[in-house]
Ligand binder design. Structure first.
Ligand SMILES: Nc1ncnc2c1ncn2[C@@H]1O[C@H](COP(=O)(O)OP(=O)(O)OP(=O)(O)O)[C@@H](O)[C@H]1O
Ligand SMILES: [Mg+2]
Length: 223
């Protein structure tokens, strides 16, 4: 079986003024279709950077990325954007909700820009599952951190993407809500055969995944 995600010697150097920070120093990784994998490692080791590159949100300094049979560098920006909207759901470490839209607007927008369009049944089931049904008219500033996180997760999963990339999806949740989110991710993975790659510091999250990828200093050190 072909992997759904594959990288070859992926390197990323951030350049700020005259300072170079090597965030990824050669990551070669394969994720199989339907896998539920956790990425763990110390702060600053390159986890978020790796997820950004896999999501096509940033470009590597060198190396190659294949997602669902497509190589990112061979796509135009427009093709990559379209691909991402349709195949990849992304939960950001800092949520990145649109501040001028309500929770409802943030989630519905993801559906609106997808070919399937707005789907009220799916919208309702996801927001109820995440326990944010009563907060849909709130804008992000009027939501707690944990609520914003759940809105961000709803936005990422509402279109049932083939691949879900999640940067610490339980980072701001109490243990009850963490468990709820983890169970939901596990269900999506099992029932929709969704591939999930999740960065986490949460031992429970790592424990329910099929595979744990350990990173350190810009490298995968153990898998
Ligand atoms: N835009 C940027 N410009 C310059 N350096 C950056 C940038 N983004 C990240 N870095 C640096 O790249 C390295 C990897 O950062 P990254 O955000 O991938 O780490 P992380 O493993 O996700 O850490 P954390 O667990 O704290 O979220 C760090 O040294 C960070 O300071
Ligand atoms: Mg990070």
């Amino acid at each position: 079986m072909d992997p759904i995600i594959a990288t070859e010697d992926l390197k990323k150097i951030y350049r700020l003024g005259k300072v170079d920070t090597p965030a990824l120093r050669g990551v070669t990784l394969q994720i199989q279709d339907g896998e539920f994998a956790a990425i763990v490692g110390p702060s600053g080791c390159g986890k978020s950077t790796l997820l950004y590159l896999l999501g096509g949100l940033a470009s590597p300094t060198s190396g190659r990325i294949f997602v669902d049979g497509n190589e990112y560098s061979s796509m135009t920006d427009a093709e990559r954007t379209r691909f991402r909207r349709h195949k990849v759901g992304f939960v950001f470490q800092r949520f990145n909700l649109l501040p001028t839209l309500t929770a409802r607007g943030n989630i519905a927008l993801a559906q609106a820009i997808h070919d399937h369009g707005y789907d009220p049944h799916r919208f309702q089931s996801v927001t109820e599952m995440l326990g944010i049904g009563a907060k849909l008219d709130h804008r992000p500033f009027a939501l707690s951190g944990g609520e914003q996180q759940r809105v961000a997760i709803a936005r990422a999963v509402v279109c049932e993407p083939k691949i879900l990339l999640a940067d610490e999806p339980t980072g701001n949740l109490d243990s009850g809500n963490s468990q709820l989110v983890l169970n939901m991710l596990r269900t999506l993975n099992r029932s929709l055969h969704q591939t999930i790659l999740m960065i986490t510091h949460n031992p429970e999250a790592a424990a329910i995944s099929d595979r744990i990828i350990h990173m350190r200093d810009g490298l995968v050190i153990e898998d």
